[in-house]
Design a protein around this ligand. Structure first.
Ligand code: PLP
Length: 444
């Protein structure tokens, strides 16, 4: 290949050149086939090359491809916003379109702070988040993230927001077991609020299932009920970061629905346009929008490309595809089929410490010793090696962090397009088996 000027995650890394994609498969220019076992970055929720989505983007582009949000609204954005409200609940009343998950969570942060200002409270500006969380790479979103590796270079620039221990049962930060623990990880929120003072705290933010920073860490069934109860008691908003878990990934439109909790603000991204065009959204509960409507009347945020017609047309087409093909309804069964096979891998592979997740968002925590849960030494770069071997075998997996400090642990996420068939799951499992055989032969 000629010299590449594209800066890669490892700046001059040689990455395969992609040629095209179809369904769950991607093909590079040498003709090598990959199963997209992680939908890119848990994004390509309906798979690649869906013609009806491409047609709708094209049709929109032919009419108008860009208008500026403070000069015009557009049909695609209006229809998508309505569809989103219809699918997540009429208690939500407004959708603020942005271009990335980081912008969506940062917008949620700003709306939460503004909400309190509109009510005359200028002190409520801090946000509580959790260790082993990831809400985005921009400084506001990173300030809310408990992802040590991504924070490290910028620690001095970040807001010093308080962080709660994660609901990480495999390595409980309190060395307790559920349910005897009585949800100490949730109860700790109350103590934290009491110490800081509720009058300084605008919101609590959480990914329903911890993705990039924890390898699909899935809290117990009563966890978010407890969290929501504490937030309500102390008048603190609850922001659900559904950038990874939203739009059907877990078998429901929002991941938080599994816990029966209605948040105040929801952030969506990734699966919203399923990668067909950059798009994310911050969705606001009626009760949060009301004092803004009757107060300053304007949300102080926005981006040049917000509510871009081509992107919102993509989002609308993706939601229509999910609906007309009843995709989300089938995720539960497919997820169970996949997770059961992955759990059965534990009988064969001693390095699979934990298998967790919901729907088609599944994490494998990789350890040196399953009995003691001892992680691999950092020098062995276990996550990196596992992903490298899988790619060689034609399977894409998503790297994640794990371990109580979010540094000394290894995890990967398996999250194929929601459109995957059972036969294709079997093929994915076969390639993962070949990967694990080679990984253990090399690493143990
Ligand atoms: N929130 C969650 C839960 C995420 O998983 C991510 C990305 O992985 C983000 C926010 C940031 O999204 P983006 O990379 O689109 O800025």
């Amino acid at each position: 290949m000629n010299k590449s000027y594209v800066i890669k995650p490892i700046v001059d890394e040689e990455l395969p050149m992609i040629s095209h994609g179809s369904g769950i498969y991607l093909y590079d220019v040498t003709g090598k086939e990959y199963i997209d076992g992680c939908s890119g970055a848990v994004t390509a929720n309906i798979g690649h090359g869906i013609q009806e989505v491409l047609n709708k983007i094209n049709e929109q582009g032919k009419r108008v491809s860009f208008v500026y949000r403070s000069q015009f609204t557009n049909e695609a954005a209006e229809q998508l916003a309505k569809k989103l409200i219809d699918s997540i609940g009429s208690e939500f009343d407004g959708v603020f379109f942005v271009n990335s998950g980081s912008e969506a969570t940062e917008t949620a942060l700003k709306i939460a702070i503004q909400y309190w200002q509109e009510k005359g409270n200028f002190k409520k500006t801090r946000v509580i988040s959790r260790w082993l969380s990831y809400h985005g790479i921009t400084n506001g979103a990173l300030s809310m993230s408990g992802h040590p590796l991504r924070r490290d270079r910028f620690t001095e620039l970040l807001q010093d927001y308080p962080t709660l221990n994660p609901p990480y049962c495999y390595r409980c930060p309190f060395q307790l077991n559920y349910p005897e623990c009585q949800l100490q990880c949730a109860n700790e929120l109350e103590l934290m609020i009491e110490r800081i003072g509720a009058d300084h705290i605008a919101a609590f933010i959480a990914e329903p299932i911890i993705g990039a920073a924890g390898g699909a860490v899935t809290p117990p069934k009563d966890y978010y009920g407890k969290i929501a109860e504490i937030c309500k008691k102390y008048d603190i908003l609850f922001i659900a970061d559904e950038v990874m878990t939203g739009c059907g990934r877990t078998g429901k439109m929002l991941g938080i629905e599994h816990w029966g909790v209605v948040p105040d603000i929801v952030a969506l991204g990734k699966g919203l346009s399923a990668g067909y065009s950059p798009l994310a959204a911050t969705i606001v509960h009626k009760r949060i929008l009301e004092p803004i409507r009757s107060g300053s009347k304007s949300i102080m945020s926005g981006h040049t490309l917000s509510a871009n017609p081509a992107s919102t047309a993509a989002g609308l087409a993706v939601l229509e595809f999910l609906e007309s093909n009843k995709v989300i309804e089938a995720v539960g069964d497919k997820g169970e089929y996949l997770i059961n096979q992955l759990k059965s891998f534990q009988g064969k592979y001693h390095t699979i410490g934990d298998v967790r997740g919901l729907g088609l968002l599944i994490g494998l925590e990789i350890v040196l010793n399953r009995i003691t849960k001892q992680p691999f030494p950092r020098s062995q770069q276990a996550t990196f090696e596992l992903i490298r071997i899988a790619k060689e075998k034609g399977l894409l997996l998503y790297p994640s962090q794990a371990g109580n400090d979010g540094i000394h642990g290894d995890a990967v996420i398996v999250a194929p397009p929601l459109t995957i068939t059972k036969e294709e799951i079997d093929e994915l499992i076969l390639r993962l088996e070949q990967t694990m055989d080679e990984f253990e032969a090399q690493m143990l």
